[in-house]
Design a protein around this ligand. Structure first.
Ligand code: HEM
Length: 514
């Protein structure tokens, strides 16, 4: 009898616990679903109660396409997560991203903090506090200014010359142009930052496996960044991070420390040049970062490391993805290719282009600039939401829905780029002419929607550096070489892990006969 009673009471306890847990789960799902403001926004049901769709679309590497499809289905404001809103309405861009806006970066960016010997530290890109961001930016902003770029040109020219030599060796053969421009971008960013070209192109390989390390980390960052509170239980936890070093596949995802160590080695070499090393007396970016002002230190060693790591992380994959896009769309659009060649040849014929082409000369080629802009519009290098947090007091959307403070809202540069109300019904087509034929008003609207470099207060700091790299390389290469897709029937493969990288840009190299 006692045993039966015991069994019953255990059973009762079990079912009670189960029922209460179920009720708790149902209640929290309901509360999440019915969050004030957010409950009025359309979107997939699962997204309104869980982060699963955000994590899954990110894991699959196609979140930019997912966001485009959501806006096509649900309109300008979509609830994409329990606390997340994606918008496509252009009128919100200045309100959310402008310098005067009170919206700050979301916790997504925390996963991009770097690990320095002094502990985790934000970079100028990941820092969320706008006050701290200002102090970070002050001593380095000058190094990224247009006026500072002239002195970076010789370093860039050396890299272009190697790229040209390598293409010359491959005339008549197939090359993976996507890989070559990646190596070019790496050699250039390490040259102009540390005066140390690492030799990706010369050695024809991923030096120090740094590209693989960054790919691994971006895979982790973009997925865990969808649920950033998990970071502290994963690689944000020192014990887990340490244990992961023993498992090669995990170590690759946890490569933040490796990337920082790599940068630290470059800095050490730079600061203590050996007799053999050739750190020249030139105006690279590090030499322009202001470490002291009026005798006072304005930038610590850790901050210097953070800025240098930021350049390496932000300035290579982005430029590579953009260069791929330029060459890919030129290969796919013979009319644009011909128009660009005509512009370059005409400028050449009237002696307006040096060898190598200077940045100033390249800026005087309007069709080239339109091609670059259009390629970046068709394929923005960043393909996740540029997330911002709604400030105290909340924010009312144009449709009257009030979002409370703490809601995360943002726009995906891919969504902005495909907006037919801004770019016209051919928004999905590569047509550089759109940037030269529009009136002032229309152009202004197109510029506002152009989020390839971000927008407002946190716009890309290296924009001019990358424009220099692309503006000089593309006409220099096209003067001498033609590229033809080896398998035009085959599409390239895109993978969106924060940066949207492309694979499969295989081209036959031809020497141009003039
Ligand atoms: C075509 C090439 C590039 C593209 C498309 C690009 C894109 C972007 C975007 C979209 C952002 C803003 C992200 C956000 O709001 O969350 C950004 C920020 C940033 N980029 Fe770039 N980038 C490029 C090249 C570079 C280069 C070459 C450098 C360094 C030399 C660089 C350094 C930075 C930095 C430091 C930030 C953070 C700025 C801040 O928060 O104040 N980028 N970039």
């Amino acid at each position: 009898m006692d045993t039966i009673l015991g069994a019953i009471s255990s059973w009762t306890i079990l079912t009670t616990v189960f029922t209460l847990t179920l009720l708790y789960l149902l209640a929290s799902i309901l509360l999440t679903k019915l969050r004030p403001g957010l409950r009025s926004l359309p979107g997939p049901f699962l997204a309104s109660i869980s982060n699963i769709p955000r994590v899954y679309s990110c894991y699959k590497g196609h979140q930019m396409l997912y966001h485009i499809s959501l806006h096509q289905k649900y309109g300008p404001f979509v609830r994409i997560g329990p606390n997340h809103v994606s918008f496509s309405d252009p009128s919100l861009i200045p309100q959310i991203y402008s310098i005067s806006s009170k919206f700050t970066k979301s916790a997504f960016y925390n996963v991009f903090d770097i690990k320095t010997p002094a502990g985790p530290m934000p970079t100028i890109f990941s820092v969320r506090d706008e006050g701290v961001h200002k102090t970070f930016k002050r001593p380095v902003a000058g190094a990224y200014a247009m006026s500072a770029l002239r002195e970076l040109e010789p370093m860039n020219d050396e890299c272009s010359a190697i790229f040209m030599e390598k293409m010359e060796e491959r005339v008549g053969r197939d090359v993976d142009l996507g890989v070559w421009v990646h190596w070019y971008a790496w050699d250039t960013i390490t040259s102009i930052t540390f005066s140390n070209r690492l030799g990706f192109m010369a050695n024809e390989r991923d030096m120090h496996s740094i590209i693989a390390a960054i790919n691994g980390r971006l895979f982790y960052n973009s997925i865990v960044g969808q649920v950033p509170y998990l970071h502290r239980f994963l690689f944000g936890n020192p014990v887990v991070a340490y244990l992961a070093t023993f498992i090669p596949s995990l170590a690759l995802l946890n490569s933040s420390r490796y990337i920082v160590d790599f940068t630290a080695q470059q800095l050490a070499r730079y600061q203590n040049p050996s007799k053999e090393s050739n750190v020249p007396d030139c105006q690279d970016m590090l030499s322009r970062f202001k470490r002291f002002k009026d005798g006072d230190m304005v930038m610590s060693d850790s901050e210097l490391l953070s800025h240098a790591s930021g350049n390496v992380l932000a300035g290579s994959d982005t430029t590579a993805a953009s260069l791929r896009s330029i060459f890919y769309y030129l290969c796919r659009t013979p009319s644009a290719h011909a128009a660009l060649l005509a512009e370059i040849d005409a400028a050449d014929a009237r002696g307006a282009l040096s060898d190598p082409i200077t940045f100033a000369e390249a800026q005087g080629l309007p069709y080239l600039q339109a091609v670059i802009k259009e390629a970046l519009r068709m394929h923005p290098a960043v393909g996740l939401l540029l997330e911002r947090v709604v400030p105290a007091g909340g924010f009312t959307l144009p449709n009257g829905v009030h979002l409370s403070a703490g809601t995360v809202i943002g726009m995906n540069p891919w969504v902005a780029a495909r907006d037919e109300t801004v770019y016209g019904s051919d928004a999905g087509t590569f047509r550089p002419e759109r940037w030269v034929e529009q009136g002032e008003e229309k152009l202004k609207a197109m510029e506002r929607n152009f989020l390839a470099f971000g927008s407002g207060t946190r716009t890309c700091l290296g924009k001019n550096v990358s424009l220099l790299e692309m503006s000089k390389l593309v006409p220099q290469v096209l003067r001498r070489f033609g590229f033809e897709l080896t398998n035009p029937e085959r599409e390239w493969v895109m993978q969106d892990y924060w940066f949207v990288q492309q694979k499969g840009l295989i081209c036959k190299v031809k020497r141009r006969e003039k």
